[in-house]
Write a protein that binds this ligand. Structure first.
Ligand code: PLP
Length: 356
């Protein structure tokens, strides 16, 4: 039987989907795909993939560390680091709303047997040396030992906020005084680098382990790198193997990471400008923006996120709710200035319909 295709009505207008749910939605561009297709590969579990080795070298250099280790995801990067720097029963200190606590399926307790204690306020993702000191307990049998501090920079649930450089120095110095390990969840560290002009290696300097993601604002389809000194990375390497993160001819993926480092760092400034443009436009429409965007995220308030998200979806505008009253829009390399203006137009229509 031959199926007859129905002719589409000629009046049906094409509405472009504007996807501001996350910077993880970016798809590899043709030049990035070309770099992947022609990558030299080998078995990385034997350490023989030249493209992965090159990516790891480049990442370590960028972060000012001795070595780098390619991992499939930021979650694996964080968890392999936590596993390497703690013992079961330890306490890990992290900011309120930290990704390692909220969005990693309880991995820190399930995989490493640690408890996470939160510090500071979720609106900023920042905590101070005094917060850290007041969380510490005596070295005595009743108390679980505090072993590690993790800092998330930029902070996802705080809307892409940058951990202020001076505060980071003060907190990490205090942590060292108390013999605590330090891990940086720098999934979007390069956003902080571009926004502040402070190089990555200066942000990374105090930390034992630093992870950053290639698959978010940098536009690669997969991958993060953990950086640290040789001894720490031996432990991290074992943890990666244990967690099933050892890959074989994955240079085909790492090539996208190298392409991203070469081409997609400086352009993050465009994403930041687009986020500011969106925030200003939302305020002009009478909506409350939680705080001026510092990087590529805009947190804004509506009365009912479920109704608002649904109304946006019918207009092919995708933005995620963070909770019942907060929406988070994320700019990235598939979003142009015109898309921001278009998105504001669609939001204006929704407001005009009385949905808030
Ligand atoms: C701050 C932060 N850390 C870690 C991750 C985890 O990255 P992945 O999704 O690659 O596991 C994310 C993901 O969005 C993140 O925002």
């Amino acid at each position: 039987m031959t199926l007859r295709r129905k002719a589409l009505p000629t009046t049906l207008a094409f509405v472009k989907t504007i996807d501001l749910r996350s910077d993880t939605v970016t798809r590899p561009t043709q030049p990035m795909r070309d770099a992947m297709a022609s990558a030299e590969v080998g078995d990385d579990v034997y350490g023989e993939d030249p493209t992965i080795n090159e990516l790891q070298r480049r990442a370590a250099e960028l972060m000012g560390k001795q070595a780098g280790l390619y991992v499939p995801s930021g979650t694996l990067g964080n968890q392999a680091s936590i596993h390497s720097l703690t013992h079961p029963g330890d306490v890990v200190l992290a900011s309120v709303g930290a990704h390692v606590l909220v969005y990693e399926s309880g991995a820190a307790s399930a995989v490493s047997g640690v408890q996470i204690q939160t510090l500071g306020r979720e609106e900023t993702g920042v905590f101070e040396p005094e917060d850290l000191i007041s969380a510490l307990t005596p070295n005595e049998a009743h108390f679980a030992p505090h072993r590690l501090v993790t800092i998330e920079n930029t902070h996802n649930r705080a809307g892409g906020r940058i951990f202020p450089f001076e505060t980071l120095q003060a907190v990490t110095t205090t942590a060292r005084k108390h013999e605590l390990g330090l891990h940086l969840d720098g999934a979007r560290l390069l956003h902080a680098v571009v926004a502040t002009g402070i190089p990555a290696h200066r942000w990374a300097e105090p930390f034992d382990t630093v992870t950053f993601c290639l698959s978010k604002g940098l536009g690669a389809p997969v991958g993060s790198v953990i950086c640290g000194d040789h001894d720490t990375l031996m432990l991290v390497h074992r943890a990666r193997k244990m967690l099933g993160g050892g890959m074989r001819q994955a240079g085909i993926l790492a090539a996208a990471g190298i392409y991203a480092l070469d081409h997609n760092i400086d352009r993050l400034a465009d994403d930041h400008a687009h986020a500011r443009r969106l925030a200003d436009g939302l305020e002009d429409l009478g909506l409350t923006v939680r705080s001026k965007p510092e990087t590529n995220m805009v947190m804004f308030e509506v009365d009912d996120t479920t109704a608002f998200v649904a109304a946006m979806k019918t207009r092919s505008l995708l933005i995620n709710a963070v909770d019942a009253s907060r929406l988070r829009a994320v700019t990235h390399l598939e979003i142009a200035k015109e898309d921001i203006d278009d998105a504001l137009g669609r939001i204006s229509e929704i407001l005009n319909e009385g949905i808030r």
